[in-house]
Design a protein around this ligand. Structure first.
Ligand code: SAM
Length: 288
């Protein structure tokens, strides 16, 4: 089993001035704080502790088990990068599977490629519910009839479904229900669920805080796919801001289509290549 460090817990603090802040502890001595107007929702689902806060600067903020999942202000970076890199690595992605991604952001980006079907498989219906209510610009994809939502464990779903062109694992970090989504056994099932020329991608943490995490994911995938590349994006509200993703395929990992027509705020076709140029702190830990 692959082992990962876990993001630290959060605190709600009311400092001297009686302002309300939501703090995520990135280490025991380092935190990122959002000044918030109010807590919009707090539910303990069967699987997770879910909060939605209204912040001053970042719009509505979704937090699961004390870790920032997405904010209205910077969500586009993560969602564009987890989707457009694998989708453009495929010549013609018609059938797409998103595991996790209950907020709907990855599905919204996938629709920009005119697929025939996008299946979103999130284990937790509460995430979908609160996203529809409080994150309408992110969850708007659910109104499209090509989106098929399944409330199910992604681990089970890949065992029973197949023929996907692209599979995107947009899950929480490897704790709780997501642990199995970062293991070799799951990656073998993903490979089986892909058509020939299929492509998969996954988020794999902060290489600044957890240099081993992205490497372990890459090494596990290299046993299963011929080509595996890490890539990075800069996301202000995630620990350290530097975030890693992985893309894997038996085909060559190059951009197969023009992405310049996509309506994006972060991604462009120069970024496809640039994101795979890794700084030394990532390369050193994860040499080919
Ligand atoms: N951008 C995010 C982040 O911070 O890394 C991920 C966002 S998305 C909200 C993560 C989703 O993964 C959650 O809704 C959670 O319910 C889902 N999830 C976790 N484990 C899962 C599993 N085994 N199968 C399906 N969905 C899962």
């Amino acid at each position: 089993m692959v082992k990962f460090a876990v993001r630290f817990k959060y605190t709600l603090t009311i400092p001297r001035s009686m302002e309300l802040w939501y703090d995520e502890m990135h280490t025991p001595n380092m935190r990122l704080g959002f000044r918030i107007k109010r807590e919009l929702e707090h539910v303990r689902s069967k699987y997770q502790d879910i909060h939605v806060f209204e912040t001053y600067d970042y719009g509505n903020l979704l937090v699961i088990d004390g870790t920032v999942q997405t904010t209205e202000r910077d969500e586009f970076i993560y969602h564009e990068m987890i989707v457009h890199i694998p989708m453009l690595t495929h010549k013609d992605p018609k059938r797409v599977l998103i595991i996790g991604g209950g907020d709907g952001g990855a599905a919204r980006e996938a629709l920009k490629h005119n697929p025939e079907e996008v299946h979103v498989v999130d284990i937790d219906e509460k995430v979908v519910e609160v996203s529809k209510k409080y994150l309408p610009r992110i969850s708007s994809a659910y109104e499209d009839k090509r989106i098929h939502l399944h409330i199910e464990d992604g681990l089970k779903f890949v065992e029973n479904h197949g023929d996907f062109d692209v599979i995107i694992v947009d899950s929480t970090d490897p704790v709780g229900p997501a642990v199995g989504l970062f293991q070799e056994d799951f990656y073998r099932k993903v490979k089986k669920a892909l058509k020939p020329h299929g492509v998969m991608a996954q988020q794999c943490g902060s290489p600044f805080y957890n240099p081993q995490e992205a490497c372990q994911v890459k090494n596990a995938l290299k046993k299963i796919f011929k080509n595996v590349r890490l890539y990075l994006a800069y996301i202000p509200t995630y620990p350290s801001g530097m975030w890693a993703f992985v893309v894997a395929s038996d085909d060559e990992i190059v951009r197969k289509r023009d992405g310049s027509m996509l309506n994006t705020k972060y991604y462009n076709d120069s970024i496809y290549e640039a994101a795979m140029v890794l700084p030394n702190i990532v390369k050193e830990n994860c040499e080919d």
